[in-house]
Design a protein around this ligand. Structure first.
Ligand code: PHE
Length: 392
């Protein structure tokens, strides 16, 4: 804001200007002052504004400068009109008016030029600043990936989805009824020894003991209790056994259970389904075989083997000696399975005379170890990123 000791705050008479030459001189001074200011860059204007404590100094400097000169209320030109033009003797008004008009159009042109110049400069600066160097490497944001076990689950789920199965999940804390009894494993049955597990400490008088499920098979019962045939489900999940950890044992591991029950399911459907899965998962080249086995909840029961994917079923290691993966057998045991034992249907109110079906249960950790040549199950659970990163 022009200050009182500024020339434009006084009349020409007060300034001692009383002829055409004086008018021309004082207008030249004003114009010179303007020219110095309009030549400044934005920082220069800002400094000037700070020094002179102009109003509006927090605004964009170009606008502030413009207001300083052209502002309607208190701009320099307004002051000149008020103090010089209006309050001058009539004889000088013509000269002053002419000078005034010249000054005004000079100021307007120069300010417009200045705005353009500064805008161009700012734009150029922004362009340089924002210039993208396409040859620079991008910013790499580390993103996680699924754990290998999860990836294998997903692959298995996809294969079974493709043949009409759906996925169900169930509790890891179970009752002995679902984990054993309803699967035709009464309390003193010797197979319980193989499935020693963890029992939960419960307050005295709790209605039923609780345990960590030893297999995903309890979900066979839970699924059949809830739904009538046809049933076609797989159950991925965690299971627990009281095993001491070593390269092939862990107290917690993963299984996928499968169950298909309908009015017309035969042993052929069973073998066909399992073979289809194995060939999808390991490749069409693998051979498969069934061996008789025993599970209280399937009858007949089988163990299902695939030809060793490391030695191609020969049992011999590439450099001589026996294959370390199948120990020379040429076969790898993959999972337990069988036709659902009719006794199980009794526990879920299915009519054993009308329905038939098959069930299977496979260890996922083992499958992943075979597939990816991992020789220690513990690495799955140690969460060492050097291991995990190998399976993005
Ligand atoms: N639940 C059995 C186990 O954990 C596997 C199995 C499932 C066998 C379904 C037959 C049918 O060993």
């Amino acid at each position: 804001m022009p200050t009182v000791d500024n020339a434009t705050a006084k009349t020409l008479n007060e300034l001692g200007v009383n002829d055409a030459q004086g008018v021309a001189e004082i207008f030249a001074e004003v114009r010179a002052r303007f020219d110095r200011q309009v030549a400044l860059d934005t920082d220069g204007i800002r400094n000037l504004m700070l020094q002179q404590a102009w109003l509006g100094s927090d605004r964009d400097p170009v606008t502030s400068l413009r207001n300083f000169w052209l502002g309607r209320k208190a701009g320099v030109l307004t002051l000149i009109t008020e103090n010089w033009l209006k309050r001058s003797p009539p004889s000088l008004k013509g000269v002053i008016g002419k000078q005034f008009n010249e000054l005004k159009s000079h100021i307007e042109t120069k300010l417009a030029e200045q705005r353009k110049r500064i805008e161009e400069k700012t734009e150029a600066a922004a362009l340089t600043r924002e210039q993208v160097d396409l040859s620079l490497p991008g910013v790499i944001h580390p993103i996680g990936s699924h754990h290998l076990i999860r990836q294998v689950f997903q692959e298995i789920e996809d294969i079974f989805f493709s043949i009409g199965f759906s996925v169900v999940e169930g509790p890891e804390i179970e009752t002995p009824y679902y984990n054993f009894e309803a699967l035709n494993i009464p309390e003193f049955h010797p197979v319980r020894d193989d499935m020693d597990t963890f029992y939960i400490d419960l307050p005295e008088g709790a209605p039923t003991p609780l345990l960590l499920r030893t297999h995903t098979s309890p979900m066979q019962i839970r699924t059949m209790e809830k739904q009538k045939p046809p049933v076609r489900v797989i159950v991925p999940g965690k299971v627990y056994r009281r095993d001491n950890p070593d390269a092939t044992h862990s107290f917690m591991f993963h299984q996928v259970e499968g169950l298909a029950v309908d009015t017309d399911i035969t042993f052929c459907d069973f073998t066909g389904t399992i073979e289809y899965f194995v060939k999808q998962f390991f490749g069409a080249g693998v051979k498969t075989r069934f061996r008789p086995s025993y599970f209280p909840f399937t009858e007949p029961s089988v163990e299902f083997d695939v030809s060793c994917i490391f030695c191609g079923g020969s049992g011999a290691a590439a450099g001589g000696g026996v294959c370390s993966k199948c120990k020379g057998a040429g076969w790898i045991e993959l999972f337990g399975a069988g036709m659902v034992d009719p006794a199980v249907y009794g526990f879920v109110n299915y009519d054993a005379k009308k329905v038939s079906g098959f069930a299977f249960g496979m260890g996922i950790d083992r499958l992943a170890m075979l597939r990816y040549g991992i020789d220690d199950i513990q690495v799955f659970f140690q969460n060492d990123v050097r291991f995990l990163k190998q399976f993005p």
